[in-house]
Design a protein around this ligand. Structure first.
Ligand SMILES: *[C@@H]1O[C@H](CO)[C@@H](O)[C@H](O)[C@H]1NC(C)=O
Ligand SMILES: *[C@@H]1O[C@H](CO)[C@@H](O)[C@H](O)[C@H]1NC(C)=O
Ligand SMILES: *[C@@H]1O[C@H](CO)[C@@H](O)[C@H](O)[C@H]1NC(C)=O
Ligand SMILES: *[C@@H]1O[C@H](CO)[C@@H](O)[C@H](O)[C@H]1NC(C)=O
Ligand SMILES: *[C@@H]1O[C@H](CO)[C@@H](O)[C@H](O)[C@H]1NC(C)=O
Ligand SMILES: *[C@@H]1O[C@H](CO)[C@@H](O)[C@H](O)[C@H]1NC(C)=O
Ligand SMILES: *[C@@H]1O[C@H](CO)[C@@H](O)[C@H](O)[C@H]1NC(C)=O
Ligand SMILES: *[C@@H]1O[C@H](CO)[C@@H](O)[C@H](O)[C@H]1NC(C)=O
Ligand SMILES: *[C@@H]1O[C@H](CO)[C@@H](O)[C@H](O)[C@H]1NC(C)=O
Ligand SMILES: *[C@@H]1O[C@H](CO)[C@@H](O)[C@H](O)[C@H]1NC(C)=O
Ligand SMILES: *[C@@H]1O[C@H](CO)[C@@H](O)[C@H](O)[C@H]1NC(C)=O
Length: 788
């Protein structure tokens, strides 16, 4: 049932419209229906459909003049109505992509209910205009679609839904957009879009006349904001320009001149989200969210760093408009798409604080927002039931699917990886709705832990850090008291220490003669000086006096992930499934940051394993030990050639074979970590039968056969769905070839999803019976055979 994973890169997204071949030029067509007179409305000539010579009608229908409609402008005073299925067929000058806009106004009769298709693509079904107007609290509405016309004709078919009803339309627009949406045409051959919302955030309405020839309308955003006060208005009309020539059609500059930023109460820290909520059509459609940004106030990076959430999940982290767009006043946009669960009919877009940014740099800005629905299986129509979900949420029908991907469509140097993760999850119990919001730790707990055991770190976060005297270190560790040793490794020993009267630290001291040590010590200082992230262990300082090599880190009171899996060091309690998932998510976040957020080609950790993932007092996972880390390949190269290093059992076999290192080697190791987390057994256990010695091989075999449940650590309780999702991503991480493995960003997504599934399961209450039933099914499926 699982769909595959795939990914693609987008370099540039839009073709320049102005540069198209002149002989291919096509003019927009504006048709006023039910009349033979031509009306000019703010510069646009609307030709009466009885008089237009570039369209044909399969049946004449009836023309009517509506007194109600007349109050709402000339377009709405006349309409053409059909009591049988009829086509409006337009001949267009060129095949290509068009905005197709259908205008509907109020008629004086209520029994219109009909369907519309465009070249057999279903746009509307059981469409009741009175009802739609009532829901929109409007007197007229425009349905806008982006449709690729491959022949020179566009047939709009209007079909009354019942014999007693009729179909009608007041006006029709066909506006060529060239390859404006080429991105979708290329990757979703023939998938049409419907514009659901188009907002000028923080600004006034921009009518079709103000949109540079594409005639889009941009609405104000206030009515979609959850708490309008959360966003204060920002305006700057001076020197706003497109980040690249390719962006000129994305939105008019006016959209970028106004914005909302997080309101500054000057009393509280910015610990809230700016949230917009949209009603969308249920039915499992994929939605594309296009966010328009332009920094209007700051002249530097790091002044506004924020996170973007779509439907409660992270769409982007550490988003800094200034650096992404390439400066102040640069108009830029970011695309993000997500399939919304069949039953869900709302879409949330939230911009909120970046926890790892300084308080001063925490702010967000948004200038414009568009939401598009993507067609699936030749259909764009909202399910016909009035409240949509009714007919779809019945048990037995829902097959849950989730697709998430982020796209950056930008002119800047970001060659960005677009990750599409598609997974259909089918469980025996269909009623679970994935609406769980990812559990984020509140900022207050972060501060509590920072000011507690690791207080000094916050103040001293400037990396490269503090240079300690050896006397200070000796005092901190009671002269390297063996009783304080909390870890030993190839590098040397790690002691628990105490500095500055009560601040706990971890002190790592290299073997005095270790040659390897020197290089790793230097690498570690160099790496950690560049890096700062909530999910990377912070270095407080170092000591290099008297040929000592000592590093001082924040103290992680819950030790290593491995320890907490096996109940080892300190004999503390083992982690439950939720804590394990959260630890994996944290570590994935840290690695994702290393791979993508740290410098040009990112950084490859090279020694990902459960002993290098540490847990602080709040069980926040942090990646540690950068002694083997390497700068990743730059954009021009695919890998770094290097001698093979790493830890047995976690080592990527492809890297081992080819001696070529990529980020995907870390992904492999992380996959092993994931299986270790769920099975809680050593990655190499020579005491076991030959085919079980290596955890990675053994677990993948079970996972492939759907029998992961049989090898799960018995001390945890988790739902089948959550486990399946988890196992699936772990297995994908272990693909033989690096290019078939997901990126860390993608892994992160899957893990967040697994957590949401788990939380939904916990809420559903009767977990225990469920697990038992699943176990029986697994046992039956394996029929005793299995893969030992
Ligand atoms: C079209 O124009 C003719 C006269 O030119 C007029 O008789 C006829 O009523 C018009 N039809 C409509 C639908 O307005
Ligand atoms: C469509 O017909 C109208 C009226 O006959 C004409 O003005 C317009 O240029 C035509 N449009 C195209 C794209 O051929
Ligand atoms: C549809 O309308 C035409 C013209 O008004 C009329 O002659 C015909 O009987 C109608 N057909 C139906 C099925 O109502
Ligand atoms: C309308 O046009 C479409 C596409 O060309 C065609 O399949 C359909 O049969 C037409 N409908 C009518 C009523 O002519
Ligand atoms: C149509 O419906 C609206 C509200 O549903 C009602 O106010 C109006 O009177 C109806 N019109 C006719 C002609 O039935
Ligand atoms: C369309 O919706 C209106 C308002 O909700 C309702 O009064 C009317 O009966 C509906 N028409 C049909 C044909 O269902
Ligand atoms: C509908 O719109 C009118 C005028 O635009 C407004 O006064 C009214 O409050 C709106 N009603 C609702 C329910 O939003
Ligand atoms: C608006 O932008 C201009 C040009 O970048 C800048 O000089 C000016 O200070 C900005 N105004 C505000 C209020 O930020
Ligand atoms: C912002 O929204 C996201 C997604 O719903 C949520 O996880 C996060 O806790 C919110 N942040 C704040 C500060 O409320
Ligand atoms: C703009 O688009 C063209 C054609 O796709 C592409 O070659 C060019 O690199 C793009 N420019 C930028 C700055 O992205
Ligand atoms: C997102 O979270 C809010 C509460 O924070 C909740 O009301 C909403 O249903 C959630 N949306 C989705 C799609 O999960």
């Amino acid at each position: 049932m699982e769909k595959l994973l795939f990914m693609f890169c987008v370099g540039s997204v839009f073709l320049l419209i102005g540069s198209s071949d002149p002989q291919l030029d096509s003019k927009p067509i504006f048709i006023n229906c039910g009349t033979n007179s031509t009306t000019t409305i703010s510069g646009r000539q609307w030709v009466g459909d009885s008089a237009a010579d570039n369209l044909t009608l399969t049946s004449p229908g009836l023309t009517i003049t509506s007194s109600t409609g007349a109050d709402h402008g000339p377009l709405y005073s006349t309409a053409r109505i059909f009591n049988t299925t009829s086509n409006y067929t337009f001949s267009v000058a060129v095949s290509g992509t068009y905005f197709v806009r259908l205008h509907f106004g109020a008629l004086d009769v209520n029994n219109s209910i009909f369907g519309v298709t465009a070249n057999n693509l279903r746009l509307l079904s059981q469409f009741n205009v009175s009802d739609a107007l009532a829901r929109a609290n409007a007197t007229s509405l425009v349905k806008e679609y982006v449709i690729r016309v491959t022949s020179r004709a566009l047939a709009l078919e209007l079909a009354p839904s019942t014999t007693a009803s009729f179909a009608f339309v007041n006006a029709i627009e066909l506006v060529p957009v060239d390859d404006e949406f080429g991105l979708f045409a290329a990757n979703y051959v023939d998938r049409a879009l419907e514009t659901m919302f188009r907002l000028n955030v923080g600004g006034p309405r921009i009518g079709p006349g103000g949109d540079g020839g594409l005639f889009r309308g941009w609405e104000p955003d206030d009515r979609y904001m959850l708490i309008a006060d959360a966003g204060s208005l920002v305006t700057n009309t001076s020197r706003v320009e497109y980040a690249s020539a390719n962006d000129t059609r994305a939105a008019p500059l006016k959209v970028y001149e106004t914005a909302r930023a997080m309101s500054d109460t000057e009393v509280l820290e910015k610990r809230f989200n700016m949230s917009w909520k949209f009603d969308v059509d249920p039915g499992g459609f994929e939605y594309l969210v296009r966010l328009h940004f332009c920094e209007l106030a700051f002249d530097r990076t790091d002044q506004r760093v924020f996170r973007i959430f779509v439907n409660n999940r992270t769409a982007a982290e550490e988003f800094d408009v200034f650096s992404r767009a390439g400066g102040k006043g640069k108009a830029y946009h970011f695309d993000y798409a997500d399939t919304i669960e069949t039953q869900i009919d709302t879409l949330w877009v939230q911009l909120g604080p970046e926890l790892s940014a300084s308080a001063a740099g925490t702010d967000a800005i948004l200038n414009g927002l568009e939401v598009f629905k993507l067609g699936k299986n030749g259909n764009l129509a909202r399910p016909s039931s009035r409240f949509g979900s009714g007919s779809n949420s019945s048990p037995g029908r829902a097959s849950k699917s989730l697709v998430l991907y982020g796209v950056i469509a930008s002119a800047t140097a970001f060659a960005v990886v677009v990750v599409v993760v598609a997974g259909a999850v089918r469980g025996r119990r269909k009623r679970m709705v994935v609406a769980a919001s990812a559990k984020w730790r509140s900022l207050s707990t972060v501060e509590a832990s920072a000011s507690g055991a690791q207080g000094a770190c916050t103040g001293n976060r400037t990396m490269g850090g503090r240079r300690f005297a050896i006397s200070e270190i000796r005092q901190a560790t009671r002269n390297f008291d063996e009783a304080l040793v909390i870890g030993t490794g190839g590098f040397g020993k790690v002691y628990k220490g105490e500095i500055d009267e009560g601040v706990a630290v971890a002190v790592k001291r290299a073997h005095p003669q270790s040659q390897q040590g020197v290089a790793e010590f230097e690498t570690e200082i160099e790496m950690l000086s560049k890096l700062r992230h909530r999910h990377l262990v912070a270095m407080i300082g170092y000591c290099d006096e008297q040929s000592e090599m000592i590093l001082v880190y924040e103290y992680m009171s819950n030790g290593t992930l491995r320890g907490r899996l096996f109940g080892g060091l300190g004999g503390g309690p083992v982690l439950d499934w939720k804590q394990r998932l959260e630890a994996c998510i944290g570590a994935a976040r840290g690695l994702h940051y290393l791979h993508t957020g740290a410098g040009d080609g990112g950084i490859i950790h090279r020694d990902v394993k459960t002993t290098n993932i540490l847990l602080d007092s709040e069980f926040v996972a942090k990646v540690a030990d950068f002694g083997l880390s390497k700068a990743g390949p730059g954009w021009d190269r695919t890998h770094v050639s290097t001698a093979v290093k790493g830890s047995f059992g976690y080592l990527d076999p492809e890297y081992f074979r080819l001696q070529q290192l990529t980020q995907k080697s870390d992904v492999y190791s992380f996959g092993v970590v994931l299986f270790e987390v769920v099975c809680a057994r050593p990655v190499i256990d020579p005491s076991l039968p030959k085919d079980q010695v290596n955890l990675a091989e053994w677990a993948v075999r079970w996972e492939r056969q759907g029998g992961l449940r049989a090898i799960v650590d018995l001390r945890i309780e988790c739902s089948n769905e959550s486990l399946r999702k988890f196992g699936e991503i772990a297995r994908k991480c272990l693909a033989d070839e690096g290019r078939n493995r997901p990126t860390m960003g993608e892994v992160l997504w899957h893990l967040e999803y697994a957590l949401q599934l788990h939380e939904a399961y916990v809420r559903s209450g009767d977990g225990e019976a469920f697990v038992k039933a699943e176990e029986e099914v697994v046992a039956a499926a394996l029929g005793g055979g299995g893969c030992s």
